[in-house]
Design a protein around this ligand. Structure first.
Ligand SMILES: Nc1nc2c(c(=O)[nH]1)N[C@H]1C(S)=C(S)[C@@H](COP(=O)(O)OP(=O)(O)OC[C@H]3O[C@@H](n4cnc5c(=O)[nH]c(N)nc54)[C@H](O)[C@@H]3O)O[C@H]1N2
Ligand SMILES: Nc1nc2c(c(=O)[nH]1)N[C@H]1C(S)=C(S)[C@@H](COP(=O)(O)OP(=O)(O)OC[C@H]3O[C@@H](n4cnc5c(=O)[nH]c(N)nc54)[C@H](O)[C@@H]3O)O[C@H]1N2
Ligand code: SF4
Ligand SMILES: [Mo]
Length: 718
């Protein structure tokens, strides 16, 4: 018998409302739920509806705990029981903890899928390790903290409206990735554009909004901060700022104005590739078309000045008074439920950050994460101590950390590696123990991520997990019991579900009936004295809090435009590589899904026709992309909208069929080309993933190697 029920998508954090058809205990079809009135902005690739039916019953899903039965990377396994898996992990963990300190154990996490992240953070607290590694160094933290320092909260969202003077889409591809980081719905955008709202795109590649844009600025990858400072200069010089708002609700205007004397619009043009007149024009349009919203995204977060780049963009919002008013960006209070932060920590047991890897990154320490590249460096150098064991959930560092070859080398060196996954990947291939994970809908769960959008959604169990797969939260809870931490955990992990819902005044069961809790938006006019949650209760152009953390209190042109790679790097590698996320897949995951493989089967990179001609490349062929770190292959799509100096590469590609070769993580993976070397973004530890110097060619080059490469090879042979 077929039945239909409402579910929420779990493939990306937008958690669209969907209608699932069930038959014989399986999800057989998923479509958009346009009737419930719940948020449902399905991405262009419909990757939720496409992925969900297949992923629950896919033949390649991991089903049983396994231990390694051959050399690392050979993919040879013995099935074991959960009892044996947990006993082995607990025994190793106790041994390393007693002999090398709990800090020798790293908890390596990805973006939360369900309660995995909350349980893993709690586990770290009671184990006593400060070393929780997350993608925070390039995701969510830089935009979030720029808001925190400027407006006093990370909870800044779009006021949902189509009556907008201007929309700026900045480093975000909302139709591809689910939404921008401000959450304005697709419906509002469509309506607004129909009504004539001005659209400005800050986009070196192309997405579906570009053709509708009034201005499409194909800026140099990574130069967003310089562009924002240029726009701020125009707005200040031409007195286009909201004088009343600036006087009443901001601090630090004079300092910001002074900074504008330190650079010219010609400097901005040279840095961004956008001519002076265009910078002037978009600044005028943004400042004078009210209300205006800047829908920003992840492309701004992946650079060595990421926090200041995001702060520079916040200067624009503050100068034009576009935070707090109706139709603008507004502050909100997240839906009432027991915030996971309280679940992670115990006041009596503060994180021992003095012992943490990456302790030099103040914001990372405050946000309870270790930057990914700091973990890799510490594993390899053993400075200040060796990392003996890693427990990894919902992540594939070999594809997603900068410098994949070094990342691989580091994880190969960790004496005991546990990877919880849903599918075999290049990361499970090098694990000592692999644990099969149950997805949302295969267990009772709560979707609360991304925290800055403030929604909470019930994700009750609807189908059985494959084989013996467990929710990550259960794995961690059962391990905690084996580790003697029972008093801080649960007899049955599901007892935690009611704890999370306690502040909402309901049980988990009641929440499943209600399904969704929404944030409350606030307007400046209702609370003008205390609207902003900064120490001054105003928009802080100048942030004393940042100064106290040894960060520039004001974004400076110099800081946002000091390139990670100097001119000399581009002599040998003249092109700028960047990327957006793939439409059909979430980061490096879900690559087994046939429905999505039909949507996009290959890693495709885009290059301008003139550039292709210059390097003898033909549309449709596999080409090489090389940086100082290595060389990969992707299929070429010649695209005339790409700037001639940009390579728009594809992210997260590996080969699900290459079982004997660690799933071919070296071949197409753009993080072979990136590096995790210093400098990093002070505070957050972000690395440069945008604007990587590369060159391209049709065939594997035969030219003689540089002397230093020859020396390296001789050393390797020895
Ligand atoms: N389909 C899909 N959805 C996803 C994900 C996924 O992998 N696939 N990942 C999820 C995650 S983890 C995140 S963080 C979000 C991110 O989602 P978004 O915020 O949309 O970020 P990206 O897709 O990385 O990049 C957005 C756009 O920035 C452009 N871009 C590249 N370099 C630059 C630059 O230097 N400056 C500017 N201004 N633009 C640039 C790209 O061409 C792209 O169109 O999406 C989430 N949703
Ligand atoms: N060059 C470059 N590098 C980037 C980016 C970029 O744009 N360019 N983007 C960066 C960003 S923003 C991010 S967030 C990171 C993302 O990087 P990661 O955090 O490593 O994310 P994924 O690649 O999605 O890996 C998640 C893995 O978890 C598995 N999985 C899915 N659901 C579950 C579950 O419920 N339990 C368990 N145990 N496993 C599950 C999936 O199969 C997948 O293999 O990459 C970053 N790296
Ligand atoms: S993957 Fe697509 S359908 Fe699923 S939540 Fe994200 S945007 Fe919505
Ligand atoms: Mo991300």
């Amino acid at each position: 018998m077929k039945t239909k029920e409402g579910i929420f998508c779990f493939v990306c954090p937008s958690h669209c409302a969907l209608t699932a058809t069930f038959e014989d205990g399986k999800i057989v079809k998923v479509i958009a739920d346009s009737k419930s009135g719940l948020h449902c902005d399905i991405c262009d690739s419909a990757k939720g509806p496409g992925t969900i039916p297949e992923v629950h019953s896919h033949g390649k899903r991991l089903q049983f705990p396994m231990k390694r039965a051959g050399e690392r990377g050979r993919n040879l396994w013995t099935r074991i029981t959960w009892e044996e898996a947990l006993d082995t992990i607990a025994e190793k963990m106790k041994f390393y903890s007693e002999n090398f300190g709990p800090e020798s154990i790293a908890m390596v996490l990805g973006e939360p899928k369900s309660l995995d992240y909350a349980f893993a953070q709690r586990f770290a607290t009671y184990l006593g390790t400060p070393n929780v590694i997350t993608p925070g160094n390039y995701c969510g933290v830089q935009t979030g903290h720029a808001d925190h320092f400027t407006f006093g909260t990370m909870n800044v969202v779009s006021d949902e409206t189509s009556d907008l003077g201007c929309i700026v889409i900045w480093g975000s591809n909302p139709l591809n990735t689910g939404n921008c980081f401000r959450g304005l719905s697709r419906d509002s955008m469509t309506q607004a554009l129909k009504k004539g709202t001005k659209l400005i795109m800050m986009e070196p590649g192309k997405n579906r909004y570009c053709d509708k844009a009034d201005y499409w600025l194909r800026l140099k990858p990574g130069s967003d901060g310089a562009l924002a400072m240029g726009m701020a200069k125009v707005i200040i010089d031409e007195e286009l700022y909201d004088k009343d708002y600036v006087a009443k609700y901001t601090v630090g205007f004079d300092e910001l104005k002074q900074e504008m004397a330190n650079f010219s619009l010609e400097d901005v043009a040279a840095e961004t590739w956008i001519d002076v007149d265009t910078v002037r024009e978009v600044a005028r349009v943004y400042a004078t078309s009210k209300p205006a919203q800047i829908l920003w995204g992840n492309a701004l977060e992946n650079s060595v000045a990421a926090l200041q780049i995001c702060r520079a963009i916040n200067m624009l919002r503050g100068l034009t008074g576009n935070v707090g008013g109706h139709g603008a960006e507004v502050l909100m209070t997240p839906a009432k439920f027991s915030r996971p932060g309280r679940f992670y920590f115990d006041r009596k047991l503060p994180r021992p950050t003095a012992k943490s890897i990456g302790k030099e990154y103040s914001i990372a320490m405050g946000a309870a994460y270790v930057p990914t590249q700091s973990l890799i460096k510490t594993i390899l150098s053993e400075d200040p101590y060796p990392v003996k064991m890693a427990m990894c959930h919902v992540t594939n560092p070999i594809l997603t950390y900068p410098d994949s070859a070094t990342t691989y080398e580091a994880f190969m060196k960790v004496p005991f590696l546990v990877v919880a996954e849903i599918f075999p990947t290049s990361f499970t291939a090098i694990a000592d123990i692999v644990l099969p994970a149950a997805l949302p809908l295969e267990h009772n769960s709560i979707a609360y991520w991304p925290a800055w959008l403030g929604h909470v959604k019930a994700q009750p169990k609807r189908v059985e997990p494959p084989g013996e797969a467990w929710p990550d939260a259960k794995m961690i809870n059962e391990l905690a019991k084996k580790m003697g931490m029972r008093e801080h955990f649960f007899e049955d992990w599901e007892e935690s579900l009611d704890i999370f819902m306690a502040d909402a005044g309901m049980t988990y069961k009641e929440f499943c009936v209600q399904r969704s809790l929404d944030p409350t938006k606030h307007y400046l006019e209702d609370n003008p004295e205390h609207y902003f949650r900064t120490p001054s209760a105003k928009v802080e152009f100048y942030s004393q809090q940042m100064a106290q953390l040894d960060l520039s209190p004001l974004p400076t042109f110099k800081e946002v435009s000091t390139p990670r790679f100097g001119k000399e790097a581009f002599e040998r590698y003249p092109l700028y590589m960047t990327n957006g996320k793939e439409g059909a897949y979430f980061a490096s995951g879900y690559r087994h899904i046939e429905a999505m493989k039909r949507y996009k089967a290959e890693a495709i990179c885009e290059i301008h026709p003139d550039t292709a001609a210059k390097y003898g490349l033909t549309d449709g062929e596999m080409i090489y992309i090389e940086s100082k770190k290595g060389r990969i292959q992707q299929r070429l799509k010649v695209s005339d909208y790409i700037h001639p100096r940009v390579v728009m590469a594809a992210f997260g590609w590996w080969d699900t069929e290459a079982e004997d070769n660690e799933y071919n993580w070296r071949k197409y993976n753009i993080n072979i080309l990136t590096d995790g070397d210093p400098p990093h973004d002070p505070g957050t530890g972000s690395v440069q993933l945008r604007g990587i110097p590369v060159r391209v060619f049709a065939e594997e080059p035969q030219w003689p190697k540089r002397p230093e490469e020859q020396v390296e090879e001789v050393a390797k042979v020895k």
